[in-house]
Design a protein around this ligand. Structure first.
Ligand SMILES: *Cc1c(COP(=O)(O)O)cnc(C)c1O
Length: 368
């Protein structure tokens, strides 16, 4: 048996007629940039969050950059974020001229530790960007309270958490704005690069829409200099189809995770991911912590099981951030976990047989 890490083609074959029709329509209407499909998706995605505005952009990285920039964050400012994430979260902070400040993750949950935030707040701090990593929300209520106390902007990076919940909070609805990536492998994925921003702030929404479109809301009327970061018609039409299925796909991922958790909890060399009470984890990534991780990864590869590591090096320990001077002791949990984490195959179309095969291969590794 072969188990891929994700299988995007399986998902396509399930909804092929609808996707093919959506793509054909965009081409027939030559609605490639802007147009009805983009505005429909923006409306649908905003409504699904009960949020006023959605701005489609080119990708999830631009989404973060555009918010920071339009909030006026730049030289001399600091923005707090989390040590274990994809580099988009921090490189966009630097691109504005601001300095990223990294906080360790919470034991067992992989998201920013709210108890470590306040000690890093300075008069230069302007915003906090928590990442709802792997599909599980950070403790957003506590983070929002800190933002309120210190008058900081809260920006949620929801690239891995389309419609996760924690207590009464839906991902993306607690701060000034939230960002989404629709990179093909994300829970809601396009057939190329795509992203979005949601916000309830009318003024900010208009500014961001303008900035993402060369600084113009009306053609040739450039109020400011901007960038070219647009969601295109084909991606929007595909996302409109897929948006109808996201909850059912998320639910399937969760069920697969529960199956993995049940079967793997019998192996004492493996720590299964914890799910917060009162939450909906959407398992973008199913990451275990394993002893002898690298050897296990090699063993699984020899069994034709694809795995990944999210992420092999915490951001502050990357060469790109050497100049900031972080040591592993500054982020002890992330620094410890980087050697243990291993992401197993996870996608809605995964079968019970495939899960069983992965689990058996892991058992075999530790017994031999
Ligand atoms: C995927 C991802 C992004 C960036 O999204 P792109 O669409 O690839 O630019 C940002 N943050 C996190 C946490 C991500 O996983």
């Amino acid at each position: 048996m072969k188990v891929p890490f994700v299988d995007l083609y399986a998902q396509y074959t399930d909804i092929k007629p609808e996707i093919d029709e959506a793509i054909a329509n965009v081409i027939k209407e030559t609605s490639f940039i802007k147009g009805k499909h983009v505005s429909d998706f923006e409306k649908n995605f905003a409504a699904a969050h009960k949020i006023k505005h959605c701005i489609g952009v080119a990708n999830g990285t631009d989404a973060i950059y555009i918010i920071l920039k339009m909030l006026g964050i730049g030289n001399g400012d600091e923005v707090i974020t989390v040590a274990n994430s994809w580099i988009s979260t921090s490189e966009t902070i630097s691109q504005t001229g601001a300095k990223p400040v990294f906080i360790d993750i919470e034991k067992d949950y992989f998201t920013i530790n709210p108890e470590k935030i306040e000690e890093k707040i300075t008069p230069k701090t302007k915003a906090i960007i928590p990442v709802h990593l792997y599909g599980q929300m950070a403790r957003i209520d506590e983070i929002a309270a800190i933002c309120k106390k210190y008058q900081l902007y809260l920006i949620e990076d929801c690239a891995q958490s389309h419609f996760s919940t924690y207590k009464n909070y839906l991902a993306g609805t607690s701060g000034i704005a939230a960002t989404y990536s629709f990179y093909p492998g994300k829970n809601l994925g396009a057939y190329g690069d795509a992203g979005a921003i949601i916000t309830n702030d009318d003024t900010l929404a208009e500014k961001m829409r303008m900035y993402a479109n060369h600084g113009a809301l009306v053609k040739h009327q450039h109020q400011i200099e901007g960038i070219n970061s647009r969601l295109d018609g084909l991606q929007a039409a595909i996302l409109n189809v897929k948006l109808k299925y996201i909850h059912q796909w998320n639910e399937k991922r969760l069920q697969h995770a529960l199956t993995y958790n049940k079967l793997l909890s019998l192996i004492n060399k493996v720590q299964v991911p914890s799910i917060r009470p009162e939450s909906k984890h959407i398992f973008h990534v199913y990451s275990i912590r394993a002893q002898h991780r690298n050897e296990l990864l090699a063993h699984l590869k020899s069994c034709q099981i694809e795995t990944a590591i999210h992420y092999p090096t915490p951001l502050p320990l990357m060469p790109a951030y050497q100049y900031l001077g972080y040591q592993p002791l500054d982020i002890p949990v992330a620094a410890e976990y980087q050697h243990q984490i291993l992401s197993l195959p996870m996608f809605p179309e995964l079968t019970t047989e495939q899960i069983q095969y992965v689990v058996n291969a892991i058992k075999e590794f530790y017994v031999v």
